[in-house]
Design a protein around this ligand. Structure first.
Ligand code: ATP
Ligand code: MG
Length: 267
């Protein structure tokens, strides 16, 4: 692989004496799409937040597009300009129109003039299929539309990589598809993407790699076919069965408990 677009080396992160990331190594190549899955509390969001330095790692290094994010002398604003981030909550400015939501950060952070910023905004609204909402206010949009505006806003900054933290988990089920379709198109266009998600169909169809995290470490890292289709570790199998059918996972657990008991030698 040529220089990875995202390179995480020996990353540790503690909150007080709670060690949340316990040695993460992860390389993501240019144009690669990596989905990160794992149970609640396993450190997925913390990992994403360390990549753009919303959290400061306790130990280890992070490089984005060849620049060390964790270098104490780094120009963090310059680094963040290369990284687009989309959260579960869309965080749009409610008092600004869709266009102004897209132009404001371009003007403030990149110093683009009004006309330039408006042109880039229009291009990116077209990219997410929302040209007709340019003058609308966020409150008049569905959750799925708001999330697509948030994606367009991130894209308007011209990022080299995009990080997504459960971008569809706050949405009503019928709105999820449109957001995933936009992300799929972005992947097809060659964007480097790191996506924390529970959408296994998306992970299977769009991801080049799936990373399963548990307890602050990467347990499995491979193709979707390997990690979702044929997981090597019991922890991964357990997580996936629970995700696909929570009721069945409990039954399975009960059965394996009982099998375990009956296998013990009588005394
Ligand atoms: N700012 C913080 N201060 C203290 N503890 C934190 C902070 N952020 C996260 N944690 C703790 O770190 C652990 C991992 O949290 P994180 O949000 O990374 O998990 P996650 O895998 O994203 O979970 P979820 O699927 O629920 O979003 C949790 O135990 C959480 O309580
Ligand atoms: Mg999270």
């Amino acid at each position: 692989m040529s220089t990875p677009e995202i390179d995480v080396r020996g990353l540790h992160k503690s909150f007080g004496d709670n060690e949340v990331l316990r040695g993460i190594d992860l390389e993501i190549g240019s144009g690669e799409v990596v989905c990160v899955i794992g149970p609640s509390g396993s450190g997925k969001s913390t990992l994403l937040r360390c990549v753009n330095l919303l959290e400061e790692p306790t130990k280890g290094q992070v490089f984005v597009a060849g620049a060390e994010v964790t270098d104490p002398d780094v120009d963090i604003d310059a680094v963040r300009r290369r990284i687009g981030m989309v959260f579960q909550q869309f965080n749009l400015f409610p008092h600004l129109s869709v266009t102004d939501n897209l132009t404001l950060p371009q003007r403030r952070v990149l110093g683009r003039d009004k006309a330039q910023a408006a042109e880039v905004a229009a291009d990116n609204l077209r990219r997410v299929g929302l040209s007709e909402k340019a003058e609308a206010y966020p409150a008049s949009l569905s959750g799925g539309q708001q999330q697509r505006v948030a994606i367009a806003r991130a894209l308007a900054m011209g990022p080299q990589v995009m990080l997504f933290d459960e971008p569809t988990s706050a949405l009503d089920p019928e709105l999820v598809g449109d957001v995933l379709a936009v992300m799929r198109r972005l992947a097809d266009e060659g964007m480097t993407m790191m996506v924390v998600t529970h959408e296994m169909t998306f992970a299977r169809e769009v991801a080049d790699r799936v990373v399963f995290m548990d307890g602050g470490v990467i347990v499995e890292d491979g193709t979707p076919e390997q990690v979702i289709g044929n997981p090597r570790h019991e922890r991964t199998r357990h997580f996936l069965s629970r995700l696909l059918d929570p009721a069945m996972a409990d039954v399975e657990e009960e059965i394996s408990d009982q099998v375990g008991k009956s296998e013990q030698p009588p005394n």
